[in-house]
Design a protein around this ligand. Structure first.
Ligand code: MG
Length: 156
């Protein structure tokens, strides 16, 4: 068994879409980034890379590479899952926590779970997505953060 952790955060700004776990959430602000800035997909990919000992998402999908400008981060996550699978790892489960004071994310969590499971090639029951606030104490008013842990099992 191998465990990995991923963390990501992006700033909320006007004029950008808000996309988390491949779900476009209606809100007057969106996340700023080179790709579509899907912090949840990025944190999940980093958890997989971390568990497999494959460095991090920046090493695999550089944010200086024009190929990833505006990129669909769920495709990056799918590629990350393919990379760990190629090394003989199977995903046991992935657990994620979004950190956002705004907007309210609860209604979108089931679809994020479905999307993550689909990108990872696992059942929805192997994925958990939850959301919390920081009650004005941290970054979550200015942006959105995501933590994920992944457990991988080495194939016999
Ligand atoms: Mg990111």
């Amino acid at each position: 068994m191998r465990i990995g952790h991923g963390y990501d955060a992006h700033r909320l700004v006007p004029g950008r879409k808000l996309i988390l776990g491949g779900v476009e959430i209606p809100f007057e602000l969106g996340l700023l980034g080179h790709s579509d800035a899907d912090a949840l997909a990025h944190a999940a990919a980093d958890a997989l890379f971390g568990a497999a000992g494959l460095s991090d998402i920046g090493a695999h999908f550089p944010d200086t590479d024009p190929a990833y400008e505006g990129a669909d981060s769920m495709l990056m996550l799918k590629n990350a899952a393919a990379e760990v699978a190629a090394l003989g790892f199977r995903i046991e489960n992935v657990d994620c926590t979004l950190v956002a004071d705004r907007p309210k994310l609860q209604a979108y969590l089931p679809q994020m779970r479905e999307n993550l499971a689909s990108a990872l090639g696992v059942a929805p029951e192997q994925v958990n997505v939850k959301a919390t606030t920081e009650e004005g104490l941290g970054l979550a008013g200015a942006g959105i953060g995501a933590h994920c842990v992944a457990l991988l099992r080495a194939e016999p």
